[in-house]
Ligand binder design. Structure first.
Ligand code: FAD
Ligand code: NAP
Length: 546
């Protein structure tokens, strides 16, 4: 469809139909869908200097997906799926970034993206029913619809330890990695953090560094990924049943594209459980270990205990020094975002790797020469922060959103984020959040596509009805939050602290932030909203300029 051109208004602002924030998987697809399919005028904004989002920022050694790549890509374009040949089951960051670059070129997206541009504020003008945007480049834009793909895991968490600026060596954060190679040969490297990013960078840097010191606060359960080339048999099976494969992805709990178990651990004998866990350990994958083995690891203590006992045994078998093994062994529930990584525990058998327990002996400060904990000092040339993200809400709250009657999003969400369907929030008309808070807890690209398709239908519907704006009713939002809470509390996830419930950021409200009933159920909710004529939403026909 031919797209509508942007216009300049009397106040020297550029008016478009849709503003998109972010040029990762989500923002790129939104730009394509709304500009190329719906023919709207669309302007996208991206803080980084290029497309890619996560895969632009996280260029640290070892960075790769842990969704098998056949489900970590766009599905809507069958030719693209057939033409692009992935080399690996879990591709490394450069390969995913190349894929997204090819996608941007295929659909001529770059010309609609303002790079090196951060959106600072977004104000809804009730007179015009338009969003007014201010960027850090001083440009001003207005848009009827605002679609934000600002990233669930994008706002960097960089703790400030005393004395950090006195450190004479190099400091990096995994999620703001420089776009040039960093040489670790002959260097004493320290890594703070042992989540998904930490375990990848630790495993990759250990063979290069002269010495690697891992500063671990909380150990996690880590199973092998079993990296390797993409199974041509799997590709052939998907090719033969393409639509069925993607329907299956969207119908599943995790949207990861593997067969999820429908067997409760309680129905299996101890020997059977052991055999199932062993098989999964050997075929790899974190979500697979949690969801393909049994169907109740995230909901039943007994099942969870069986899984954790298995992983603990593996740690003690792999790690040769019993003290190090003990420090690497978690004792909490297996109810965080699952992690997989090849060779992680084996890394601690290397002579040049040591593990420091910073829960037992916290970091006191950085010195000119390294890091001082309560009971020792470590000389370092490089410190890598793998300390994660102000996840889910971080980037939404960095933008100063003001909705109806000047309502600030920061105030509305001061106790917890509130949305309907993880996509919209009452009082902020025409604002759509891709993977916003209270959205599904799944593999992301298929969920992005589903959400953007839903958003495009809503936009179409607003325009076809001759309306100017849409927002969820307060009642619908309240019911969604209640449902999310009920579902989450029927699982074990709220019982552990991590970025999933906000506990990783000091001072952030600790609360449910996901719809944990699975992708299939979430798709049903999206369908119901559309098929019901958006009965849970208010349409507004405020005349433009009134
Ligand atoms: P992002 O890719 O985070 O893009 C958001 C973009 O918005 C960023 O580029 C940011 O600069 C921009 N932005 C934010 N605020 C503003 C603003 N105010 N103005 C302008 N621009 C702004 N998920 C999985 O499902 N499977 C995986 O295997 C997986 N692996 C991962 C590996 C790593 C190393 C990391 C860090 C995350 C991984 N994730 C994975 C999560 C990953 O973030 C998503 O899969 C996906 O890439 C998110 O895409 P997105 O477009 O929603 O957000
Ligand atoms: P994370 O899971 O939040 O881990 C952060 C680590 O830093 C934790 O070990 C945390 O310890 C530690 N930490 C945080 N603040 C600290 C402080 N002040 N002092 C000491 N230690 C501190 O972050 P992440 O590893 O970047 O991963 C976040 C998410 O991104 C993942 O769960 C996943 O969804 C995605 N991701 C995926 C992959 C992949 O394999 N595909 C790779 C990277 C990221 P505590 O646990 O004690 O808080």
């Amino acid at each position: 469809m031919n797209e509508v051109a942007a216009r300049q208004d009397a106040d020297n602002r550029t008016d478009v139909d849709v503003a998109v924030i972010g040029a990762g998987f989500a923002g790129l697809y939104a730009l394509h869908k709304l500009r190329n399919d719906l023919g709207l005028s669309v302007q996208a904004f991206e803080q980084g200097s290029d497309i890619g989002g996560t895969w632009y920022w996280n260029q640290y050694p070892g960075a790769r997906s842990d969704t098998e790549v056949t489900a970590y890509c766009y599905s809507f374009d069958r030719d693209l799926f057939d033409q692009w040949r992935w080399s690996q089951r879990y591709p490394r960051q450069p390969e995913i970034l190349s894929y997204l670059a090819m996608f941007a070129d295929r659909y001529d997206l770059r010309r609609s993206i303002a790079f090196d541009t951060t959106v600072l504020s977004a104000t809804f003008n009730e007179q015009t029913s338009r969003w007014e945007l201010q960027t850090d480049t001083g440009d001003r834009w207005t848009a009827q619809f605002l679609v934000e793909g600002v990233g669930l895991l994008s706002s960097t968490n960089l703790p400030a330890f005393p004395g950090q600026d006195r450190f004479a060596g190099e400091i990096y954060h995994t999620s703001r990695w420089p776009h040039h190679p960093v040489d670790f040969h002959g260097k004493r490297v320290g890594v703070i953090g042992t989540g998904s990013s930490g375990v990848q960078v630790i495993t990759e840097v250990a063979p290069e560094a002269s010495h690697l010191t891992v500063f671990q606060r909380t150990p996690q359960y880590i199973v092998p990924a079993q990296h390797g080339p993409l199974d041509p048999g799997l590709l052939a099976r998907i090719d033969a049943h393409y639509d069925e494969y993607w329907r299956g992805v969207l119908d599943s709990i995790t949207a990861f594209g593997f067969d999820e178990s429908d067997v409760p651990a309680a129905t299996a004998s101890e020997e059977e459980r052991e055999a199932v866990f062993e098989r999964q350990w050997n075929s790899g994958g974190g979500f697979q270990f949690m969801f393909a083995t049994f169907n109740d690891i995230g909901t039943s203590r007994e099942a969870n205990n069986a899984a954790t006992a298995f992983i603990r045994r593996k740690i003690s078998q792999i790690v040769s020094d019993p003290e190090t093994a003990a420090r690497l062994t978690p004792h909490d529930l297996y109810a965080k975002r699952p992690i997989c990584c090849d060779g992680y525990y084996e890394t601690f058998n290397r002579e040049n790797v040591s593990l420091v327990d910073i829960k037992a002996s916290p970091i006191v400060q950085f010195t000119e020469r390294g890091i001082r904990t309560e009971d020792a000092e470590y000389d370092l040339d490089v410190v890598i922060f793998a300390t994660g993200f102000d996840a889910v809400t971080g980037n939404y709250l960095k933008i100063d959103h003001r909705g109806r009657r000047g309502l600030r999003l920061r105030d509305k969400w001061s106790h917890r984020p509130r949305t309907h369907l993880g996509l919209m929030t009452a009082g902020f008309p025409n604002l759509f959040m891709i993977f916003g808070p209270m959205g599904p807890f799944t593999n992301q690209p298929p969920a992005h596509e589903a959400q953007v398709n839903w958003i495009a239908d809503v936009v179409r519907s607003v325009r076809e009805r001759g309306m100017n704006a849409i927002e969820p009713t307060q009642d619908a939002e309240d019911q969604w939050i209640q449902a999310c809470d009920q579902i989450a509390y029927s699982t074990l996830f709220p019982e552990t602290n991590s970025w999933i419930n906000g506990a990783n950021i000091p001072g952030k409200p600790i609360t449910v932030m996901f719809y944990m009933a699975g992708m299939g159920s979430y798709m049903g909710q999206l369908r119901d909203a559309a098929n019901g004529g958006y009965a849970d939403f208010l349409f507004d026909k405020q005349p433009v300029g009134a």
